[in-house]
Design a protein around this ligand. Structure first.
Ligand code: GMT
Length: 372
């Protein structure tokens, strides 16, 4: 198959999933054309089946806001015709699904058929898509796509509840490449972070408000009162300054390491005992799944798609958003009981195995095949 993939090139979850999916499709022999305004962050390999096309936006003094949607639609028309693309898979509804619709209509006028699959990732529905200016566009683009997938049952239901959707939505969850996420031996690194064998808690995110990173620090602060522990904060974003201020006021800075954006997150997860995800909203929670693939149990909120991966009392614990006392108590109960912690670690790994890319990739291929 000759597949076009449109995505955000940043480190965000939707871009990561789109890029890893494209790389895996290319390994299976499909030709994959990534189309984005920059080379996707995870597109770090060379493969004869992978192509990258940058969307260039012509500047003009009149354009206070560069018309990206139009530039993307025009680029799509050009690439689809020249590269003879069989199917276009767009990740994140806004604005990708709308631009794909425009391109599809232009191509139709030229006698070219272009099946368009849209994958909904989360905030395109739960946050941004619900803003008044975007609602009608998101609803229209979903209804006009040839196929639509969502990354969890929760996101599918959320979409059907909020928008007026007249079509079916297929659930295809996020996945893990176990060649990358496996429990690496990083004992020397662990010694450097926790020289006195302290327990290691970890959080990775884009530090947006929705991730509630301040809750992570509050939970850690409670845990550290009972158990010698260190906290690794991986990632960066708008909340970083506020989180640092909180560490200072709670007097926990000496036990917290801000590591910023890290490429090899699996090497950090390899030394962790507990992953914390207290999100306000989370359509799937890929970061938690990555932790579980490294055998790290998850203390999380119980929102969105998280309960579809983190199993209460088995792979971790789930609490209401903002219930810091309970999340801290659950973390302590795990950390102070080596037997229980070790059982949760292996259950987390086993649960993550269900999301192995080798079983999720064929779901996408089968789905594509229904449209070409
Ligand atoms: O988590 C983010 O803020 C990034 C966002 C994105 O679209 O880039 O992630 C969403 O998509 C991921 C991949 O499908 C999901 O695993 C995340 O749960 C989801 N984030 C939210 O729903 C907040």
């Amino acid at each position: 198959m000759n597949i076009g993939i449109v995505c955000y090139p940043t480190y965000g979850g939707s871009g990561v999933v789109a890029t890893e999916l494209g790389k895996a499709l290319a390994r299976k022999g499909h030709k994959v054309h990534f189309i984005a305004y920059r080379q996707p962050a995870r597109l770090d390999i060379f493969n004869e089946n992978i192509y990258f096309h940058e969307v260039g936006i012509a500047q003009y003094p009149l354009f206070e806001y560069p018309p990206y949607e139009t530039a993307l639609a025009g680029t799509l028309v050009d690439i689809v015709k020249f590269e003879k693309i069989d199917l276009l898979h767009v990740h994140y509804a806004i604005p990708h699904a709308a631009s794909a619709f425009m391109a599809k209509q232009i191509l139709k006028g030229q006698g070219i058929s272009l099946p368009v699959i849209t994958t909904l990732h989360g905030t395109d529905i739960t946050l941004v898509g619900k803003q008044k200016t975007y609602t009608s566009l998101v609803e229209f683009s979903i209804n006009q796509s040839d196929g639509v997938t969502a990354v969890s049952e929760s996101l599918k239901n959320n979409t059907l509840d909020f928008f007026n959707i007249s079509r079916d939505i297929e659930v295809i969850p996020n996945f893990i490449d176990f060649n990358r996420f496996n429990k690496l031996n990083k004992e020397h690194f662990k010694k450097a972070i926790a020289p006195n064998d302290e327990k290691i808690l970890i959080h990775t995110s884009n530090f947006r408000k929705v991730k509630r990173v301040k809750d992570v620090v509050k939970i850690f602060s409670e845990v550290a009162k009972k158990i010698p522990a260190k906290l690794l904060l991986v990632g960066d974003g708008p909340e970083r300054g506020n989180v640092e201020e909180l560490c200072r006021s709670l007097n926990t800075c000496k036990d917290i390491r801000f590591l910023g954006k890290q490429e090899a997150v699996e090497e950090l997860l390899a030394i962790a005992d507990i992953f914390i995800m207290p999100s306000e909203s989370e359509s799937f929670g890929l970061a938690a799944l990555e932790a579980m693939a490294c055998g790290v149990p998850v203390i999380s909120s119980n929102v969105g798609g998280i309960p579809e991966i983190n199993i209460q009392g088995k792979t971790g614990y789930l609490s209401d958003v903002g219930n810091i006392t309970e999340m801290a108590a659950n973390a302590i109960s795990l950390l102070e009981d080596e037997g229980k912690l070790s059982a949760f670690k292996s259950a987390a790994y086993t649960q993550a195995k269900q999301f192995d890319i080798s079983s999720i990739l064929p779901k996408y291929e089968d789905y594509y095949n229904t449209f070409i």
